[in-house]
Ligand binder design. Sequence first.
Ligand code: NAD
Length: 359
Amino acid sequence: MSKKVLVLPGDYIGPEIMAEAVKVLEAVNEQFDLGIELTYGLLGGAAIDAQGVPLPDDTLAMAKEADAILLGAVGGPKWDKVERHLRPEKGLLAIRSELQLFGNLRPAILYPQLADASSLKPELVAGLDLLIVRELTGGIYFGEPRGIRTLENGEREGYNTYKYSESEIRRIGRLAFELARKRDKRVCSVDKSNVLEATVLWREVMEEVAKDYPDVELSHIYVDNAAMQLVMRPKQFDVMVTGNMFGDILSDAAAMLTGSIGMLPSASLDKDGRGMYEPCHGSAPDIAGEGKANPLATILSVAMMLRYTLDSAGAADRIEQAVSKVLDQGLRTPDIYSEGTTLVGTIEMGDAVLAALNA
Ligand code: NAD
């Protein structure tokens, strides 16, 4: 049976990196006879220019039909002045919530070849392979009531609501445990249960979920300690699971441990494992059109898509090995360049991965 992948190149460097990722996807599609069919749609600024809205109805309809979505990046200065509700990023938030993509997977992997790129000492991060699983559709970012109100004394007060239902916690917990089973079988749940009741429940439900996964070890950590441990001894973690806000902050910190935003893929999954895959970085307007963008985060997003949604772990492994091989060959786009390596552009990097795949 054929599998449908919707490709949304997006804005600025989006189409440049996507062209390379699609080359790689088409190559493994043929090599492994995966039966993947690609369709293309508009999201973000490109959609605003063509249809006046960041998430057009036909894009949403195609997204709902697809097994997986591959996204480049959206946004940029060209659309900074459009009304707030029509901004490119609104298209991204809308597609995530329309498809109920509640589980955000952010691996922080540091290829040993790039250990010098990290702001931490190479021995602390070389070989780092951490997966942060962040709840994406609940918690304080969505909780009601919220707003800014004027109190009786005339002073203004801003307020938000931090809440998680049992089923929301259970759902993200299960996802984390399932993923840990395919890795080192360790889940560390991050909360602030010494202060926040919502996370007292979070911890309780994680304990309950753990009973169904006796082969996976569960530990708990307060978010402040988690931040400290991440920069002190990041290699101690396998899978970290946490709520929306803590995950937002910790996953960016973890990403930076690797020192190379152009290398990091991500996935956002729904309850059936369908998902949207995209690089962690944005549309990099400062380098768009110069052929300098690193396409590897998007290529690695293809690998994640094959592994987590399209049930093709063999093809995913093959892509990851090809990426490792081009790094071994010393090829580097400017963002990961260091002395003694070979500087290449976006297309050359894509071609090198393709060559490694076909070797
Ligand atoms: P950015 O990630 O686009 O860029 C930050 C820095 O990293 C820039 O110097 C850029 O040149 C560099 N960079 C990013 N990706 C790179 C790559 N593949 N290769 C080499 N260098 C790379 O973040 P920003 O500048 O804050 O945001 C630019 C636009 O992207 C904004 O409109 C923002 O809203 C949007 N954005 C979109 C997404 C998304 O689509 N998921 C995520 C973040 C930001």
